[in-house]
Ligand binder design. Structure first.
Ligand code: FES
Ligand SMILES: [Fe+2]
Length: 423
């Protein structure tokens, strides 16, 4: 249980808040690169700030205030120029730093005033890596954009899923510090949902992964390591010598989940504001050393469904069930004065403690965990991974990139099959 003040401190991400200050020390994915291919300017929200992301005609990417400093129209309707974005209303032109560099009428009638020099909006750095566009909203000098292994690993086939969920970011992360839900939400509840849909019957595939997901947790453990928290579990039929305990799987501080096994996935939990989180499922399929994949030119993006037209949550695959747990909480930000934590929640308590400690470091002027400034330490940041945790669900080959029931991965599996057939 937290006090109202503690809950606010951990969940509010806007400028001037302690958590906002901590999260502003990190690069966050603001879009998939492919999102700017059809339309070069896009509204985005990040850490409670309204911004516009755009690509200019020289290929440079900018992230500036969404509303023009002149008379406040939305610059997502602006015109990308060779260098900068021009407002469609009266033609003021802004560069990537948010500096106004042209003001057509003002320069005609009163050039000596140099009014444009006084107009500076927000402008944040953006970098592309592995098909994602990362933005940094914090103080300068900006740290290095972390080269986490899957973002730069060679000979893999990448794909990105995305969903914006009406839930505070902390709910999404606390779900990852909670191993027990695997057995209940993705096991018992999954079976209930699938049987209802199948008239009481399950397919062989469904039986296969439910046998795995429904196993009882005998023990869970958590440990802080250099990049975050490792979570460990012993399932029924296993011992501490098995991978689930020996290796465990990591949560990269502050807001990335890393899955191993057949999945090879990051989940970036990006706080758009206090009430909305954009989740990016950043998946990689590694065909192994014997298959050389052709270079991947475009990393595709798929919207992951989680709510039907009538507002009901989707409940029949793992990612949707997780989103259900983040968002079906009555309030966008859970009232943690009302919670009742038990033994299953020690990971959540540890994570909150770590967040608090790292907020303190930032307040004292120090760099928090996972802020990298030494290029030698940022070539390829290797992360511990369970090799076969999810492959024990019985799925193999191209299908093993995701659970067989996750329909939204269909196009990705198809594209991958095509690539594999051609090599
Ligand atoms: S409102 Fe943008 S130039 Fe006038
Ligand atoms: Fe889950």
């Amino acid at each position: 249980m937290l006090t109202a003040r503690e809950n606010a401190e951990l969940t509010q991400v806007g400028p001037g808040t302690p958590m906002g200050a901590l999260l502003r020390r990190y690069w966050h994915p603001v879009a998939a690169a492919v999102e700017l291919h059809d339309d070069p300017a896009k509204e985005v929200r990040l850490l409670g700030e309204d911004l516009v992301l755009y690509q200019d005609r020289s290929g440079g990417i900018g992230l500036i205030d969404r509303f023009c400093a002149h008379r406040r129209v939305n610059l997502a309707y602006g015109i990308p120029e060779e260098h900068g974005l021009r407002c469609m209303y009266h033609g003021w032109l802004y560069d990537k730093t948010g500096q106004c560099i042209e003001q057509p009428f003002e320069e005609t009638v009163r050039p000596e005033a140099r009014f444009k020099d006084k107009i500076k909006m927000k402008g944040y750095p953006v970098q592309e890596l592995g098909g994602l566009l990362f933005a940094y909203l914090g103080p300068q000098p900006a740290p290095l954009l972390p080269r986490w292994d899957l973002l730069v690993r060679e000979n893999v086939y990448r794909h990105i899923g995305s969903a914006v969920v009406k839930a505070n970011w902390l709910q999404t992360m606390e779900n990852s510090l909670d191993p027990i839900h695997l057995e209940h939400l993705h096991g018992t509840y999954m079976e209930y949902v699938l049987r209802q849909a199948g008239g009481g019957q399950l397919t062989q595939n469904q039986e296969g992964f439910l046998r795995f997901f429904k196993r009882q947790h005998l023990k869970v453990g958590f440990e802080i390591f250099e990049h975050g928290i490792i979570k460990r579990r012993v399932l029924e039929g296993e011992t501490e010598n098995d991978e689930g305990w020996r290796t465990g799987h990591p949560i990269l501080f502050p807001n990335i989940l890393r899955l191993g096994g057949g999945l090879l996935e990051f989940q970036f939990r990006v706080p758009l504001d206090d009430q909305h989180t954009r989740n990016f499922w950043y998946g990689c399929f590694d065909p192994g050393p014997d298959v050389v994949l052709p270079p991947q030119t475009v990393v595709s993006l798929t919207e992951v469904p989680h709510q039907r037209a009538d507002g009901r949550f989707v409940t029949d695959f793992v990612d949707a069930q997780d989103m259900l747990s983040w968002a079906a909480t009555g309030l966008p930000t859970v009232d943690r004065q009302e919670e009742s934590l038990g033994e299953s929640d020690v990971g959540i308590i540890l994570y909150r403690r770590l967040l608090k400690e790292q907020m303190g470091l930032v307040q004292d002027g120090a760099d928090p965990m996972n802020v990298f400034r030494d290029p030698a330490r940022n070539q390829y940041i290797s992360v511990v991974e369970e090799k076969d945790f999810y492959s024990r669900t019985g799925t193999k080959g191209a299908d093993a990139i995701k659970y067989p029931e996750a329909a939204w991965y269909g196009p990705v599996v198809e594209a991958l099959r095509k690539v594999l057939a051609e090599v």
